[in-house]
Design a protein around this ligand. Sequence first.
Ligand code: ADP
Length: 499
Amino acid sequence: MGKIKKLLIANRGEIALRIMRSAREMGIKTVAVYSEADRNALHVRFADEAVCIGPPPSGESYLKMDTLIEVAKQTQADAIHPGYGFLSENEDFASRVEKAGLVFVGPSAQSIKLMGSKLAAKEAVAKFNVPLVPGTSEPIQDVTNAQKIAKEIGYPILIKASAGGGGKGMRVVESEEQFIEQMERAVSEATSAFGDGSVFIEKYVTQPRHIEFQIFGDKHGNVIHLFERECSVQRRHQKVIEEAPSSVLTPELRNAMGEAAVNVARACNYYGAGTVEFILDENLNFYFLEMNTRLQVEHPVTEMVTGVDLVKLQLKIAEGEKLPFAQHELSLHGHAIEARVYAEDPANNFLPDIGTLKTYQRPQGNGIRVDDGFEQGMSIPFYYDPMIAKLICHAETREMAIAKTIRAIEEYEITGVETTLGFCKFVMQHNAFRSGNFDTKFVEKYFTPEVLITAPEPEDELLAAVLSTVMTGTKKSTAETGVSEPVVSKWKQNRLVRK
Ligand code: ADP
């Protein structure tokens, strides 16, 4: 395979733009595809060519394999990058792309298939001595037998769907009495969500940290890792804050986990970018969870601390190049934190708050990167994920990266929709986060909507005066109502959020 000349990006939003930027720097022409809801989207404007592929629902546009391949051929693109989400982990798509004589910027269809099944993945990596959470290695057929195994493992246990993803299809069982009922629920949930009712059991690690390793393989059998990302701050098993490096890994543990991650990749003859997820228990034992066979949402934190452009590397690997560095040539520089900015209302159970970005001003300055797909005045389409942006801050130390993130959140001005900015600031300011001593229960343990109720700082006299006049009540009523538009801009609100 020679150089890629023209790349079709089978995705939308920030990730489509992010991929196009790297492609352009490499002299590769770009083709955007878009649904009718994304006609004015930035990725459409940025691309060299853009083709409308259907109505807004993704099933009628971004997920239409035949249409995407057809458009690639019509526009004479020679490769397709799937981004994340949509068709990025669809082995059928990967193989159809290759059968059409195009390059799929990602791993082989076989690797995707193997890692798409949590059970098959566990079986494959066990041969490479990668540590696994104690549990069953086959789909549960006999519930009574499974109950016996659960007892041996010891409660609490977790029932997981083999085809699961995005935190769906998981159920914690605290005691034997609940087992049968939870089992039935898990199977029916897995069947309706994934069309596959296979479930298995794992020991439930009660205070886990989620640590994942970025790996890369080439088509010549070389595999390396680009260190870890700590993704323990999660809400309903969905990541909200990610950082690199993790504050709990010693160099020895980092090496051991990195080696295990490389072995996971070897277990499925992997090439391209991939992420190996582990959980770490309170005694720093690590266990393989699963592998994501694509670029991750949170890949920028790795780019910031390693200086490697992961999308460019993906494209070079797809062209058949060898990895340009060996493991010992890679090192970590400073600390990076990513905060996911969603159009969601943290005060209202994080319900999506779709609308128009009346004000949209990005933070700026040294060490700040904003990956987004919006501009002021644009509407967030209701059909897709409500993520507005990823705010990534890089500084010499973790403490400095936290301070920079807080400063950037305060500077970020978004009005028209509720966002998770204030929530992210709450995390940055929390002692548990700052100390580095936290696990995946962080949000459950510490967050209630009340912590976001804004109250002016005593020294913020001018603002306090403005507030009390405009709110026409006492300070107490300000605290009860919270500060809302149009009284104070969101910029001021972000400054005021505190715990
Ligand atoms: P998904 O594919 O749905 O994302 P994962 O297996 O990656 O599922 O798990 C998602 C999250 O669920 C993890 O980040 C972790 O917080 C939690 N989790 C998964 N397995 C366990 C376990 N055995 N014990 C405790 N928590 C777990």
